[in-house]
Design a protein around this ligand. Sequence first.
Ligand SMILES: [Zn+2]
Length: 181
Amino acid sequence: MFAKFRVLWIRPSGLVLTRTTATDRYPMHAGNYERWMAIAIDQCERAIAHQQSPFGAAIVSPDGHLVAAEHNVVAARNDPTAHAEVMAIRAACQALEVAKLRDHWLVSTGEPCLMCASVAVLSGVGAVVYGADNQFIESLGFKTGGVPCEEVFRQSAADIVVHRGVAQARCEQLLRQGSRR
Ligand SMILES: [Zn+2]
């Protein structure tokens, strides 16, 4: 009886109180988010220049070095899975010759959609940094799956910390620009 009571009592508060931020866990990188996002933004600009959907992403190593940067190529490849985050994760794994990106950072101009958040979980990244959120992305007609990435991480019991809203205004501006094609 006691054990049952204890589980019921711990779970709801535990989920909320133990949530760690990216800055808590990796204080040494707190000043790097904007610089990393500039690389994802550069990819987003390339996507727009190549008539692709306006999304860019980068993978950064645990010690802060760029591993891969890619943009959305769904239209170019006729591949609905070719989102920027998936492309960047794939390129990083190939470059490092690994199937897991433990403690790496996924930096994306847009909040990872349902698919990309799931791939982030499978890839084992430790942290996600993004600019524009799903609600804004959906408002321009892009599909995200409608589930916040943090909800995917929570449901998957993935230990991924998130820092949102980095260069948000610029990411939103690029999304608007890319949606008007
Ligand atoms: Zn996606």
